[in-house]
Design a protein. Structure first.
Length: 301
C-alpha cells in the first residue's frame, strides 16, 4: 500500500467495494465527501453505505442482457462488503437467454429466478446470500456473510436458511452460516478468520474481551483455551504515534500475561494466506505442547 492518504477508489476497494460514512470520514473531511458525491465519484447506495460509480455501470450491463445483478455484485448493491471486488459485474440470466457470441462484459450465471427473488435490478438479500454462500470459496463467502450480519441481516434468518439448504454447496452454506459473525469489523478480519478456521485445534473467536491486571482489551481473534491472540494489524490512514503507543502497550501486556500474540498485515492476509496459515499452525503446535506440559494452565490460574 502506498504512503499517504488513499484515493477514493483505493479506499473503497480495500474496504470491499462499500464504505460507511464513518469509514469515509476517517480519511476525508465532510466537505470532501460531499464534493465526491456531487462530482459523481461516490454514490450512496443504501442508508449509510457508499460505493463507486461502477455500481451504476453494473446495473446498465445487467439490464442490457435482460439479467439482474447477482453474487458479489448484488452483495455490493445491498451495501455488503466483499473480499474480491469484481472487475466485471456478476449477472444472472435465465437458462434459455441467448447472449452475443464472445460476450465478456459480465460474468454470467444462469438460473430461473421468480419475480419475488428480484428487487431493484438485483437478487434480493436472502437470495444473494444463499448464492454467495453456496458458490463462492469459503473465505469470500464468510466475508459476505459477516458483512450481511453487520449490516443488519437477521442471524436467525441466516441460520434458518442454511440449516434448510439442500443440494450442491449446502454443506458449505451450513459451515459459513454458523461461523458468520457481525463482530468482524471488515473483510480483512473476516478473511483472517477464514484462514484460521482451517486450522485443526484452533477456535478463533472474534472480539473476545480479555481482562488482566490493570487492562481490558478486545483483540480481533482469540483462542481462550490456547491463549492465542491474532490481530488483523492494519495501519490506519490517519494513524498517529498515540495510537501506535496504545497498541504496543496492549500487546506487551498480553504477552506479559502469558498470551501468544500474532499480528498480520493486510498484505499478508489477502495475498499470502499460506504464510499466515504456516505461522499459526506452528504457534498452535507450540501452545498445545505448553498446554500438555501444564504451562498454560499455570498461567491461566
Amino acid at each position: 500500500m502506498q504512503d499517504g492518504p488513499p484515493s477514493i477508489v483505493e479506499l473503497v476497494t480495500e474496504l470491499g467495494g462499500v464504505a460507511t460514512r464513518a469509514q469515509l470520514l476517517e480519511v476525508f473531511s465532510r466537505r470532501q465527501v460531499q464534493a465526491l458525491l456531487e462530482a459523481g465519484e461516490l454514490l450512496r447506495i443504501v442508508r449509510d453505505r457508499y460505493a463507486l460509480p461502477s455500481v451504476d455501470e453494473a446495473d446498465r450491463i445487467a439490464a442490457e442482457v435482460g439479467g439482474v445483478l447477482a453474487m458479489t455484485s448484488a452483495a455490493i448493491r445491498h451495501g455488503w462488503s466483499v473480499k474480491e471486488v469484481p472487475d466485471r459485474p456478476h449477472v444472472m440470466v435465465s437458462r434459455g437467454r441467448r447472449l452475443p457470441t464472445g460476450y465478456r462484459a459480465a460474468t454470467v450465471h444462469r438460473d430461473e429466478l421468480q419475480d419475488a427473488d428480484i428487487a431493484g435490478g438485483a437478487t434480493k438479500p436472502a437470495i444473494t446470500l444463499a448464492h454467495c454462500l453456496r458458490r463462492l470459496p469459503f473465505d469470500e463467502a464468510l466475508c459476505v456473510a459477516d458483512s450481511a450480519l453487520r449490516s443488519g441481516f437477521p442471524r436467525r434468518k441466516l441460520l434458518a436458511m442454511v440449516d434448510s439448504a439442500r443440494g450442491p454447496g449446502s454443506a458449505q452454506m451450513v459451515r459459513v452460516g454458523h461461523a458468520a459473525s457481525a463482530k468482524a469489523a471488515n473483510v480483512f478480519e473476516s478473511t483472517l478468520r477464514a484462514i484460521l478456521l482451517q486450522i485443526a485445534d484452533l477456535d478463533p473467536q472474534p472480539q473476545v474481551e480479555i481482562r488482566g491486571d490493570g487492562y481490558s482489551v478486545r483483540p480481533d481473534l482469540v483462542d481462550v483455551r490456547l491463549r492465542i491472540v491474532v490481530e488483523a494489524d492494519s495501519f490506519e490512514w490517519h494513524g498517529e504515534r498515540a495510537a501506535l503507543s496504545a497498541d504496543a502497550r496492549r500487546y506487551d501486556l498480553l504477552v506479559a500475561d502469558g498470551w501468544l500474540v500474532l499480528r498480520f498485515s493486510y498484505e499478508h492476509v489477502m495475498t499470502q494466506p499460506d504464510f499466515v496459515q504456516r505461522i499459526v499452525i506452528a504457534v498452535v503446535a507450540r501452545a498445545l505442547r505448553m498446554l500438555e506440559a501444564g504451562v498454560l494452565r499455570d498461567v491461566a490460574a
